[in-house]
Write a protein that binds this ligand. Structure first.
Ligand code: DSN
Length: 482
């Protein structure tokens, strides 16, 4: 099928589906149409979002959703799982082939699930009685610090070292309020206060002193690549298991932009990812493991998970098949090239970037140089049709709610076909908005970290200029909903 015929077929499929949905709940059909219109009309720069293909999206809307299949391939706790077995096997096969991993587990529903499966697998691998019974015995929200202490004792008082949230790590990398920061004694490594870069010698020193069972590498807001061979050296030196969360940059690994030391798969014991970010698949998770961890990861259900989402596993298989096509490598390289153009676009206009630039898909803009908090910048940009998210910068004086940063990513607009010129223009438009935004005051006249004033006419001007870019690079071209 050529692209035009494919788009027409997808249009008919969606029109028919929405017509059926509207017979039951018209507001949901209308919101679904509106969401497409809104996504088409905005500059989506959220680093963790993308646009999956119609094939991936359509795969999720089937009767696989109706099937329970707890267990593993060929060994389920429900009858009639032969087709789910096919789905999960194909997804795992594509994941193994794409990433060159000895083992792949396609059941996690999300990145958090994937990380929990990984942590419990590592614990189960190292510790005979991981104390799961106690977790199930009580509502975890009611556990006191003493309960957690005794649970940790049962777990062997294990330790986890991960990247701190404000340096770009993720909640699930040992952040204290997250379960990963409660089930383990945790410590965090940050980035160099002058350069904003990861300092491997500091990670090594912390690891030597703390002796973690799990060393976590990976990030959700760090605009640089990581040398995973060095992280593995550190892990080996202290007898730790190296777990890499590649949720953000899985597409760059799949597309062979990150190779050698930058590819986590040959270096880590266990690798987790989501499938919906730069990998451009359905919303879900995936765990890859070296052979020695395969049996433990395979017990993700019942250890952490219940019934897998078979319709989503099917869509993972389709997305992974897409990522194995040569065009995906071109796409992945463009994500990284475009991030450089976006960063250059800001730097040439005098803006400040954390680490001074990027070499992955993320640009972290420090908006304090515009006199704004991240919250004010995010809101003003949204008024002008630019969708971003506010994010802490290292040692952020405004904390995690108001922040001083705006995190940007190129995967979504690269899918729309934006290139270097368009991303330079995006930087120009964003600088127009930010330099025309003033911080506001509270009702009592005090400085506010949330309110702001965007100069008259700027939002409309930026929206009009964005529309030219967006119209030239349509989202889901040919998909016309009646
Ligand atoms: N929420 C994802 C992100 O935006 O990076 C990570 O969980």
């Amino acid at each position: 099928m050529n692209d035009e015929t494919l788009a027409k077929t997808a249009s008919s499929a969606y029109d028919a589906a929405l017509e059926v949905i509207a017979t039951v709940e018209p507001r949901i059909a209308a919101a679904t149409r509106q969401e497409l219109a809104d996504q088409r009309a905005s500059l989506k720069l959220i680093a963790s979002e993308n646009y999956a293909s119609p094939a991936v999206l359509l795969t999720m809307g089937t009767w696989f959703s109706d099937k329970y299949a707890e267990g593993t391939i060929g060994h389920r706790f429900y009858a009639g799982c032969q087709n789910v077995d096919t789905v999960e096997s194909v997804a795992a096969e594509h994941a193994r082939e794409l990433f060159g991993a000895p083992y792949a587990y396609a059941q996690p529903h999300s990145g958090i699930d994937a990380n929990l499966v990984a942590y419990w697998s590592i614990l189960a691998h190292h510790i005979e009685t991981p104390g799961l019974a106690k977790l199930g015995a009580k509502n975890v929200n009611e556990l006191s610090e003493a309960d957690w202490e005794s649970l940790r004792a049962e777990l062997g008082n294990q330790r986890l070292l991960g990247m701190s949230l404000d340096a770009g790590g993720h909640l699930t990398h040992g952040f204290r309020p997250n379960i990963s920061g409660k089930m383990f004694h945790q410590q965090q490594y940050g980035t160099d206060p002058d350069t904003g870069l990861l300092d491997y010698d500091v990670v090594r020193a912390k690891a030597r002193e703390f002796k973690p069972l799990v060393l976590v590498a990976g990030y959700s807001a760090y605009p640089r690549r990581i040398d995973f061979a060095r992280m593995r050296e550190i892990a080996d030196e202290v007898g730790a298991t190296l777990m890499v969360d590649m949720a953000h940059f899985a597409g760059l690994v799949a597309g062979k932009v990150f190779t050698g030391n930058e590819d986590p798969v040959p270096h880590a014991h266990v690798v987790t990812t989501t499938t919906h970010k730069s990998l451009r698949g359905p919303r879900g998770g995936l765990v890859l493991a070296q052979e020695e961890f395969a049996a433990d990861v395979d017990r993700g259900c019942p250890m952490v998970l219940g019934g897998p989402l078979s319709h989503v596993m099917a869509a993972k298989a389709v997305a992974l098949a897409e990522a194995r096509q040569p065009a995906f490598r071109t796409y992945a390289q463009s994500i990284a090239d475009n991030a450089k153009s976006l960063a250059e676009g800001f730097l040439s206009r005098g803006a400040t970037l954390v680490t001074g630039g990027t070499d992955n898909h993320i640009v972290l803009l420090d908006v304090s140089s515009f006199g704004l908090t991240g919250r004010q910048a995010e809101s003003a940009l949204l008024d002008a049709g630019v969708v971003t998210n506010r994010n802490s910068v290292p040692a952020d004086p405004n904390g995690a709610w108001y922040t001083s940063g705006i995190r940007l990513g190129t995967p979504a607009l690269t899918t729309r076909g934006f290139g270097a010129t368009e991303f330079d223009k995006v930087a120009e438009l964003m600088v127009q908005v930010l330099s025309n935004t003033q911080p506001g005051t509270t009702s009592a006249g005090a400085p506010s970290k949330a309110s702001y004033q965007l100069a008259d006419g700027v939002a409309d001007r930026v929206k009009a200029e964005s529309a030219e870019l967006l119209d030239a690079h349509p989202l889901y071209p040919g998909l016309d909903l009646a």
